[in-house]
Design a protein around this ligand. Structure first.
Ligand code: GLY
Length: 343
């Protein structure tokens, strides 16, 4: 078992990797918040598998399950969950647990941050994407027109990661998480390239390195005014592609295409070493992720969606490029200019 501590001005998180999450949740609640009620927000699939275990370990905990899929990450779900929590009498001293993939931990974290102006929040990511990225660093949100257009920074006080969940994760969901790991390898930790080239992947090491890279960045800049922007590599085009596909492409598939487009921009600017693009493609292909721009996507059509990007400041975007493997740089650019360079 390994522990990380993330300290930020927005709140601190303890991240525990390699635990039996429900037993650990019970231990933690009994010790730290013995008088608090617990509401577990999950999706219908995870809820079906774990509802009995949740009631056995945490008698009295309520489980609120919403429809799986990115389509549920919307304001209507916030309303539905809030009504359910109010009906169940959840008060300001109680706890919301988000247990599921990134969609659930983002949504549950958002509700926790606004319900009664903020209640305690614990995150139990069950997907690789949630374990290596979404659950860490406090970003919460729902989609409205654009991806994550409404959201807060509200770090979970406890994040419990059990890599055993990956054994039952559908292959497409595992791939989508690998896209974020590829992002860490390309921007922050080139040593991950070795781990990603092994025949038998060691997921515990991959999760630990990814969490370590993210903790190091977020602890310096939780509000994303500076270095946290590195984590957006591939996401400027990626978020637009995800929305453009009507969320039929997964986040990981969309950011894979976004990383290719970002490399294309960097190459045109002559700010990238020759090995980055082939290495990116090799990694994405290895994990069955898109390594080319699908024919159905016209880069120009992404412009209106990119205008809604949270990384816009005035009419410029802060765009992340990889000058060499394991490093990142930012460039300020208008959307039109970016589209021209990527097309
Ligand atoms: N997923 C990017 C970030 O947390 O900043």
């Amino acid at each position: 078992m390994s522990d990380f501590k993330l300290q930020t001005p927005a709140g601190d998180s303890v991240i525990r990797i390699g635990v039996d999450v429900l037993s650990e949740l019970k231990r933690y609640v009994d010790k730290k918040h013995p008088d608090s009620k617990v509401a577990v927000v999950t999706d219908a699939n995870v809820g079906e598998l774990y509802r009995e275990q949740i009631s056995a370990k945490l008698p009295g905990a309520m489980t609120l399950a919403i429809q799986p899929g990115e389509g549920s990450k919307r304001l209507e779900s916030v309303k539905q969950l809030t009504e359910n929590l109010l009906e169940a009498g959840l008060t300001r001293t109680d706890i919301i647990v988000g247990m599921g993939g990134g969609m659930i931990t983002d949504l549950a974290g958002f509700v926790a941050s606004v319900y009664m102006r903020g209640v305690k929040f614990i995150s139990i990511p069950t997907s690789l994407l949630g374990m290596v990225d979404a659950s860490i660093g406090g970003k919460t949100g729902v989609n409205l027109v654009a991806k994550n257009s409404l959201g807060t920074i509200y770090p979970a006080e406890l994040i419990l990661i059990d890599p055993n969940f990956l054994d039952t994760l559908p292959a497409r969901d595992l791939k989508t998480g690998m896209a974020e790991v590829v992002k860490y390898a390309l921007t922050l930790d080139a040593s991950l390239l070795n781990d990603l080239s092994k025949t038998e992947l060691d997921y515990v090491t991959i999760i630990e390195k990814s969490v370590g890279a993210k903790v190091a960045i977020v602890s310096q800049d939780v509000m994303e005014t500076d270095v946290r922007k590195a984590l957006n590599f591939g996401h400027t085009f990626g978020h637009a592609i995800e929305a453009h596909s009507g969320y039929n492409l997964t986040h990981g598939e969309a950011i894979s295409i976004g990383m290719i487009l970002a490399n294309q921009v960097a190459r045109k600017l002559e700010r990238q070493t020759a090995d980055v693009m082939p290495k990116t493609k090799e990694l994405l292909e290895r994990f069955g992720l898109p390594s080319e721009i699908p024919k159905g996507i016209k880069v120009e059509e992404l412009a209106p969606l990119m205008m809604n990007d949270k990384k816009m400041s005035g009419n410029k975007l802060t765009f992340i490029i990889v000058p060499e493997i394991g490093k990142f740089e930012t460039v300020e650019m208008g959307v039109e200019e970016l589209i021209d360079l990527a097309a």
